[in-house]
Design a protein around this ligand. Structure first.
Ligand code: ADP
Length: 474
């Protein structure tokens, strides 16, 4: 093994947590630039243009006003938004400053949050020309999400961010790269012209991109033909999952005290299984439940889809989803949130109605339908003043929710009543459209995806407009 490789392996070890996941940052060779990387589509083109502009600005042939000042990257976790910013900084030959909502929030109070945010911007200005990477931009939420309480933490946090972004105007040398999983949750003011007005979605990598990612992480250890074979075996996997496969493969080769082989890699590719038809049918009925109830309640259904294969991997995988388009102008009233709860529990309602009971895919775990609906109901009762009490605990996250649940004995009974009522409401709607639901579920099993229009057409009555939903559920 060459010394360079040995050093990189040591860095690998430093970057891995107990689960083998990277914790401190990516393991990419220092010299990795955008040219070495695959899977970024338009974002890569933007980055290469930026590098050219910065080079021109450095030689004085263009002014800073002509350089793009920022971009918003969105995409599921693990598609490489964070390492993009590192490769971008390397390509542009500038410093990188890494920040995130959680990092700024780590010290607790709003004052500390703002101070930490200011420090990141100050550091980026000091190191200019530089890239300031801000992760979890969607954690700021929308300023109006909890009503119009201008004194709330989020409002001040977001105003502080806007001030900093505007403060960069005319100031030379700082480019901001924002990253998020849910761009639709981001306050519109952040993406206004002059701020992060350019948005690129980074998809889960396609075949070519996966081969490129294997090539990069294997650092020339195996052939192009083998990279392509790995890519074919890893459909649907993110760059992060690929990196983990390579890391484990390398560990296996090390144990054998032999050179890494293609077999080592294949051994760590989780197999893809075709789900049995009865499981696919349950998923289809569940998703049709979301889609039909959402559409009947006037939400703008884009599509509903299910998958028929599943990778035997520990990571959570979605086996279906109903996607709704967001209407940014919708009033978020009590009815709006009740509709959302009804739509969120509608998958369970459909399972109950058509299969006699639901299973724990819909309930239980963090991020499950029932958990999400419960969090919304808690917010309605104890944050938005739309339940039995006006007093607000402020924004509700998992930690606050668990604190409140132990302090506030009446809360869970009230939340339970809301959930039950909305579950019954969802079942009534589905019962009304029973035949259409059965037809749609069969169609979904057959085709894997149905456009929203087709669902609406299948219903006896179209969805009434109004109360559009904020995001897709599945
Ligand atoms: P995100 O910020 O989108 O959650 P990260 O940038 O943290 O994803 O990616 C996690 C790890 O996955 C990276 O350290 C990198 O090793 C690997 N990875 C993800 N996408 C890519 C890619 N396109 N090319 C190479 N490696 C990738």
């Amino acid at each position: 093994m060459s010394r360079v490789l040995a050093t990189l392996e040591k860095i690998d070890a430093l970057h891995a947590d107990g689960n083998g996941r990277p914790v401190k940052g990516p393991v990419i060779p220092h010299e990795a630039t955008l040219d070495d990387m695959a899977g970024y589509g338009d974002a890569k083109d933007w980055g290469l243009d930026l590098a050219r502009d910065i080079a021109d600005w450095r030689t004085g042939s263009i002014s800073w006003e002509e350089v793009d000042k920022g971009i918003l990257l969105s995409g599921p976790p693990g598609v490489g938004k964070t390492i993009f910013s590192r490769a971008l900084a390397a390509t542009c030959g500038v410093e990188l400053v890494v920040a995130s909502y959680a990092k700024w929030q780590a010290r607790g109070h709003l004052g500390d949050f703002l101070k930490a945010m200011l420090a990141s911007f100050a550091e980026a200005k000091k190191k200019a020309p530089s890239i300031l990477f801000i992760d979890e931009l969607d954690a700021f939420g929308e300023r109006t999400a909890g009503g119009t309480d201008n004194s709330s933490y989020d409002v001040k946090a977001i105003n502080g961010l806007l001030e900093q972004l505007d403060g960069l105007d005319g100031r030379e040398g700082v480019v901001v790269v924002g990253a998020c999983n849910h761009p639709e949750w981001i306050d519109a003011a952040i993406t206004r012209p002059g701020r992060l007005d350019r948005h690129v979605r980074i998809p889960v990598p396609d075949l070519e991109a996966r081969a490129g990612i294997f090539r990069m992480h294997l650092r020339g250890a195996l052939s192009d033909g083998e990279h392509m074979a790995f890519a074919e075996a890893t459909e649907g996997m993110t760059g992060a999952a690929i990196e983990q496969i390579v890391r484990e493969a390398r560990r296996t080769a090390r144990k054998r005290r032999q050179q890494l082989s293609a077999e080592d890699v294949f051994r760590h590719v989780p197999p893809m299984v075709v789900m049995p038809p009865q499981v696919v049918r349950v998923n289809a009925i569940h998703e049709v439940g979301h889609a039909v109830v959402g559409a009947v309640l006037g939400m703008n259904l884009e599509k509903v889809s299910i998958s028929k294969t599943l990778r035997l991997a520990p990571q959570h995988q979605s086996v279906g989803r109903a996607v709704f388009k967001r209407n940014p102008w919708a009033r978020r009233t009590k009815e709006h949130y009740l509709d959302i709860i009804a739509m969120t529990v509608a998958g369970m309602a459909a399972e109950q109605l058509f299969l006699g009971c639901w299973d724990d895919g819909a309930s239980g775990g963090a991020g499950s339908d029932l958990h999400e609906a419960t969090m919304t109901a808690i917010a309605l009762e104890r944050s938005f003043g739309m339940g039995q009490k006006l007093a607000s605990y402020g924004p509700i996250d998992d930690k606050i929710a668990s604190d409140i649940k132990s302090l506030d004995a009446a809360l869970m009974a009230q939340v339970d009543a809301i959930l039950r009522k909305q579950l019954e409401r969802a079942m009534t709607i589905l019962e009304r459209h029973r035949d259409a639901c059965v037809r749609l579920a069969a169609e979904l099993v057959e085709r894997g995806e149905l456009p929203g229009r087709e669902v609406l057409d299948a219903l006896d009555e179209g969805g009434e407009q109004g109360n559009p939903v904020v995001r897709g559920y599945g």
